[in-house]
Design a protein around this ligand. Structure first.
Ligand code: GLY
Ligand code: MN
Ligand code: MN
Length: 430
């Protein structure tokens, strides 16, 4: 791995927290992701399953974790299975974790080779009454492929039909939503790398530059800093491309007078950052562009202040919607009749601001977090209002990542990334 890993104490604590939430005589299993095929012998780069990573720190394929707090033998309460290497793998793929390295990384003392899993699992299944399965229940999940976890669940249900089953996912959603100081440091590093990319492109953007050239500048800045690269597929959208919310082709050419919306950020050590900035291609906003930009910035600042412990997701979004509505009236994008005729299901502001204001952010860019439960200190959220005006040929979104504090305003992990319009103009005209 090219990043600095978190401490074994962090992973040990995560497993202890998970175990404490399990019912008596239960056993939980967590599988790594598959390495996904493309075609012929090509594969996508391996990405570890974030739950397994959160509980172990292991960033290697073919890894399994068992948690069985009530195991009769103490050395079976936490068991890690890793891929056994051989001279062929060593030559073609390089070193894999040894058992000693796996122990040091994870804090788990009992490490077996993954081909021993079925034998060990058979022995432990006889001691437990309930098997905890980890089915992805993220509120935005839409998965068509069968994961390694799915295959394991199907196999285990067939082999052990008399066991009760339990749900791991809500426990993980609750635990992962609240970040440890070590995780916040890792996310801050990702944000700082993102800052380097943004500052790099401020002097690069001018009329005639292609969106993919800007993407390449970011990639250079990120990878140079020990990031794998983008935390998510970047959106580099000039002019009206900004009004396609998931525009990822990045194939347009920046024109004089365009605004350029960039939703682009680095990962670091499997932690995301998530940033959006909107800048004028010429280095100066037109008065209208600036008016819309300042409105979005005001909404972002007001929304950030609302993020305190105990806030309910739905109410927060309604409140931000009201703030946005007031701005859209001032900008003459909405009139009083639009607001009078709106319904709860379709508020008038949705015409210009059609996505959510915030999401949890962490190991996944759209991270875990149970959105029906109130917010808590040390949750990390994005704040990302936008106004999209196809009829005027531009869209503005601004997005920072913030940490909810026990008291006071959230900590902005992107406070060093320029956002005030005067600063953006000054930096672009240096
Ligand atoms: N970059 C994805 C998002 O902002 O949610
Ligand atoms: Mn984003
Ligand atoms: Mn976001």
């Amino acid at each position: 791995m090219r990043y600095t890993p978190l401490s074994a104490a962090f992973y040990t604590k995560n497993r202890a927290n998970f175990a404490a939430a399990m019912a008596p005589k239960s056993l939980a299993v967590f599988n790594s992701n598959d390495t996904y095929p493309i075609s012929a012998d090509s594969t996508l780069p391996f990405e570890q399953h974030r739950d397994l990573f959160y509980l172990t720190g292991v960033d290697q394929e073919e890894t399994i974790l068992i948690l069985f707090p009530d195991a009769v033998e103490a050395n079976h309460r936490e068991i890690l299975f890793v891929r056994e290497t051989n001279p062929h793998i060593a030559v073609w793929e390089g070193p894999k974790l040894t058992k000693t390295q796996a122990q040091a990384l994870t804090g788990i003392q009992t490490v077996y080779w993954v081909h021993e899993f079925e034998k060990v699992f058979f022995e432990l299944a006889a001691q437990c009454d309930c098997l905890y399965f980890n089915k992805n229940e993220h509120y935005r999940a839409a998965v068509e492929t069968e994961t390694r976890e799915d295959r394991f669940i199907a196999w285990a249900k067939k082999q052990y039909p008399a066991h009760q089953v339990g749900k791991s996912n809500p426990i993980l959603q609750r635990l992962r939503a609240v970040k440890d100081p070590e995780e916040i440091t890792q996310i801050q590093t990702a944000c700082d790398i993102t800052e380097k990319g943004f500052r790099r492109i401020l002097s690069f953007v001018k009329p005639g530059v292609w969106e993919y050239e800007i993407e390449a500048e970011y990639a250079h800045a990120f990878i140079k800093e020990r990031s794998k690269g983008f935390a998510y597929t970047p959106i580099i959208a000039s002019g009206n491309n900004a009004n396609i919310l998931h525009y990822i082709e990045n194939k347009g050419q920046c024109q004089a007078g365009d605004l350029l919306l960039m939703d682009v950020a680095a990962e670091y050590g499997n932690y995301s950052s998530d940033m959006t900035r909107t800048i004028p291609v010429l280095g100066r906003f037109t008065p209208r562009q600036r008016a819309v930009y300042e409105a979005v910035l005001r909404v972002k600042k007001a929304a950030t202040k609302l993020l305190k412990p105990g806030v309910l997701w739905k109410e927060y979004h309604q409140e931000v919607g009201e703030i946005m509505t007031a701005e859209l009236l001032i900008l003459n994008l909405l009139d009083k009749a639009d607001v009078q005729n709106q319904t709860e299901a379709l508020p008038a502001y949705k015409k210009y601001f059609m996505h959510g204001t915030s999401h949890h952010m962490g190991l996944d860019t759209h991270d875990y977090g149970l959105v029906l439960e109130p917010t808590a200190a040390n949750m990390v959220f994005t704040v990302e209002p936008g106004i999209y005006i196809p009829e005027e040929g531009f869209g503005v979104r601004l997005e920072d990542d913030v940490v909810i504090q026990a008291q006071g305003e959230p900590l902005n992990l992107m406070k060093n990334i320029p956002i005030e319009p005067d600063e953006i103009e000054a930096l672009m005209n240096d």
